[in-house]
Design a protein around this ligand. Sequence first.
Ligand code: PMP
Length: 461
Amino acid sequence: MGRVKQDFVFHRDFKKEYPIITHGEGVYLFDDTGKKFLDACSGAVAANLGHGIASIGDAMAEQAKKAAFVHTMRFETKALHELAEKIGIMAPGYLNKVYFTTGGSEANESAMKLARQYHRDAGRPQKHIVIGRWQSYHGNTIGSLSAGGDVKRRHAYTPNLLNYAHVYSPYCHRCPYGREQDDCLTKQNWTCVADIERTILELGPENVSAFIAEAIVGSQQGAVPPPPGYFEKIRELCDRYQIILILDEVMTGFGRTGTHFATEQLGIEPDIITFGKGVSAGYAPLAGMIVHERLIDGLIQNSDGKFIHGYTYSGHPVAVAAGLAALEVYESDNVLENVNEQGNYLVGLLLELKQKHTCISDVRGRGLLIGIELVKDREQDLLFKPSEKAAETINSIAMELGAVFYPGTGSIDSINGEHLIISPPLNVKKTDIDEIVRILDESLSIFKSQLRKDETVEIAK
Ligand code: PMP
């Protein structure tokens, strides 16, 4: 029953063909036919410094030559201490202890398990339920998928998922509760927050262990920041009911939104921040969590100093060396300043593009994590059908033209809602932003004319 043995890769999609990338340079990737792609989404909002940075590659090679692997059950390395210190100092308030994993899914698993163990050992053994939010993404392992709220990703595994609860996130552009943002802000009675309290009370606060949320909703909604004051209210609820607040900064951490962590813009201190992607600028699989001293005190007092968890590759020396070298480049290249400058410039151009294309219904985000919501017609508020695959098709057109974006679907209710994320490397130049917007503009025009042709054929049938 064999097939011809000629391609051994388990592809993401067996019906698609993928360009073979031979190398990258700055914001560009090059394939084996010589075609170049402007990486307008940093891969998956991970390659945050672009490609081909020799100092990061050299640091990894140096570490590999010294000690490629030690097991953190028995040994640590200087690089591990140095990177933990840098991140701990960068993180807000009492978030001081840094735990490393290899990916964001594992980081969120670790955070949810730590919350559970912390409560159990402090004499609150019933606390085990995590509350997550619909249209949020926390990873693809069973625990992280259970906390996330993307129905498309969840439904194949629904019988395997943990019994976690979900509430709606505040997508004020199309409030799931039908409220107007100004009304919520002036009256200070937020239905989305009241719904969280109702959920906690219904589950029984004695059963709720953690609340997890993306600081700014990334891949599932397309860069949606929270309304001002939202997380302060969440913090109050978590304090009232002894719930660990986990902020997922896997996508937003390390300067992506214009500050080291997006948390700094939210006016609160979570109990755990999870991170990934940008920490090594994509040069090595590295992620983790930054933990509040309060939880560490709990571990020391109630758990004999041990978190019952761990991965073989936690704190892998070569990955950690990549992280250290990447953070040095963020600093030496003054990346934060560039994010704010280029982010503002990009948003300005996108707002102009919105005037031209009635298929753009919203431009949002922070720093260089920018999203556009796509609709069939803004004036009539006509949505694309999911089968039209608008975001994916526009991105395919853009790839033909030489730029790659991060398309997503289901931003409104997990089924409807199309968006593109524009998140170039944080050291992007103004001329690159011009090129990104030029290609996006052309892609939208081509897509619209294709759509018109299809509709004419449909009517003619
Ligand atoms: N959380 C968020 C907010 C993410 O964007 C992602 C990845 N897109 C993850 C978690 C999962 O990270 P990973 O794919 O590295 O496991």
